[in-house]
Design a protein around this ligand. Sequence first.
Ligand SMILES: Nc1ncnc2c1ncn2[C@@H]1O[C@H](COP(=O)(O)OP(=O)(O)O)[C@@H](O)[C@H]1O
Ligand SMILES: [Mg+2]
Length: 316
Amino acid sequence: MLTVSAASCRFDVSAPALTRLLSREPRRILRAVDEVSFTVKRGTTFSIVGESGCGKSTLARMVVGLQKPTEGALRFLDIRRADGTVGPPRVQMIFQDPYASLNPRWRVGDIIAEPIRELKLCPDAASTQARVGDLLEIVGLSRSDAQRYPHAFSGGQRQRISIARALATEADFLVCDEPTSALDVSVQAQVLNLMVRLQKELGLTYLFISHNLSVVRHMSDHLAIMYLGRFVETGAAEEVFGRARHPYTRLLLDTIPDVEKPNRSRQPMSGEVPSPIAPPPGCSFHPRCPIAIERCRVEPPVLRPIEGEFVSCHLA
Ligand SMILES: Nc1ncnc2c1ncn2[C@@H]1O[C@H](COP(=O)(O)OP(=O)(O)O)[C@@H](O)[C@H]1O
Ligand SMILES: [Mg+2]
């Protein structure tokens, strides 16, 4: 459904021209996303995991068209829908913060009805209202919730409202940027279960973004591990979880608590993510890598195929 080819996004974060001229500072370019390539198949979930600041949201914004890639390309293939129409998929985004993404002055019914009215998806007011009620039930809320305002709902319920609003557009492809990161763990699981059920029932395609590997564990078909704007390991989710060939993936896996082995020795994730304005030379992960050798400090690794996966590590 989606092909991303060597897409990059660079931001010019230089000081104003005059300041730069007076202080003889060079231009400063921040590489938020650096030559990322992947494809997403219809009806599957492609997950992207990495620490804060590695470029996940910038990539999500490029996919939904809120940010233009500075190099490379993103292309959606036309799809045939259940009603026989053929065209590009409808893409919607679900944001992390369900408190900020819903207009507090509107009733929930109007929030969900807005895209239906805007896109003229229902012929009249009565059918719009009926559709809003159906959508509320699909996401596990009740029809009468349409009359209430967002402040009357909990974080998890608000995220359900955000999902209903995305579905109101008859979306085919949902870009979910940390949709459960602001929620309690128990509520997180409920929202994730809802998303898995909706995917099965409606044939949705997800690009799912998280900083937490355990969140995506049970819902991903494909997984990409991102570090400083680049994919460092990508492949089928069970492969990446099972083999974890990149040291960064192994460190991320190590931070997940294991109920069966609570006393296993865990390697703490050390150090901070370096600045994407001046990434370290060689492999950008080498300053934090427990197994780095001299070659890693000078030669940048490329993403290369290893048994069906792609890994960018000299030692994999
Ligand atoms: N509009 C922008 N201008 C300049 N820098 C930006 C902009 N948006 C994001 N960045 C920078 O790009 C990097 C990646 O950010 P982001 O995509 O939000 O990462 P993540 O979602 O993984 O936390 C960060 O260093 C961030 O400061
Ligand atoms: Mg983000």
